[in-house]
Design a protein around this ligand. Structure first.
Ligand code: FPP
Length: 238
């Protein structure tokens, strides 16, 4: 892993890489609209970019990357759009193990509430997690049915169930879905907000925004965000 990381850093000239990147894949609908296509076409194009960026993170030796794929609020979208997104997750997971081997042995993990997700999709997520668990490459967290507030509430409820009457920051951190503090949050599409993503983990995140719509997001955009990150002066409040 260390060697792999060094290689990626040296090749691209990065002095430092974020350990955990969060990516809000936004702008699929607008991308489709600009082309006179249904919104679902934007999501399909976005799924290809998701895979490309996963592989590039693997190639660079990024430790962990969390993709915001479906929020707890996204259920309110039209049924056809929700079904298309679920189908895309399904199609990706069905052979994800094979598809992600060529870029540093990526691992897959699910982050979100299981309730509400179709049992067949849950089964595939469990299998993908299990089958890639021993790998050493980038950990790809798929945030599906994910909400930052929901994540914190669920952590607190777990602590209450354990009989805790007083809690520390560490207690909450260790009862979240598992993602560590996030170093860099990338949001394309011109929107500059967090939208209930990684609320706890973003306490000291650096943010990188861009007008590019997610289906047009390219490896050069990722590199641009990473180069900007290495020049940020992070003080963590100190
Ligand atoms: C927000 O853009 C995007 C989503 C709600 C879905 C993101 C999901 C994908 C890109 C598919 C990922 C695929 C896999 C396999 C993980 P929007 O549709 O709200 O865009 P808009 O703001 O332009 O309408």
């Amino acid at each position: 892993m260390a060697l792999f990381k060094k290689r990626g850093m040296a090749e691209e000239g990065f002095k430092i890489l974020p350990e955990h990147i969060g990516i809000i894949m936004d702008g699929n609908g607008r991308w489709a609209k600009k082309r006179g296509l249904p919104r679902t076409a934007g999501h399909k194009a976005g799924a290809d970019v998701f895979e490309k960026i996963c592989k590039e993170c693997g190639r660079l030796g990024i430790k962990e990357v969390t993709f915001y794929a479906f929020s707890t609020e996204n259920w309110k979208r039209p049924k056809e759009e929700v079904n298309t997104l679920m189908r895309l997750f399904y199609d990706f997971l069905i052979d994800a193990k094979e598809r992600l081997t060529d870029s540093g042995d990526l691992r897959i993990r699910f982050a979100g509430e299981r309730e509400g997700i179709h049992p067949e999709l849950l089964k595939l997520m469990d299998e993908a997690e299990f089958e890639t668990a021993q790998r050493k490459g980038t950990l790809v967290n798929l945030a599906i049915n994910y909400g930052g507030r929901q994540e914190i509430v669920s952590a607190v409820n777990k602590l209450i169930a354990k009989g805790k009457t007083e809690i520390t920051e560490q207690d909450i951190s260790s009862h979240l879905y598992t993602m560590p503090d996030c170093d860099l949050i990338i949001r394309p599409s011109g929107e500059e907000r967090l939208s209930n993503f990684l609320l706890w983990q973003a306490a000291y995140s650096e943010f990188w925004y861009s007008d590019v719509l997610w289906p047009d997001f390219d490896i050069k955009d990722l590199h641009e965000a990473l180069h900007e990150f290495e020049n940020r002066n992070r003080r963590f409040g100190g």
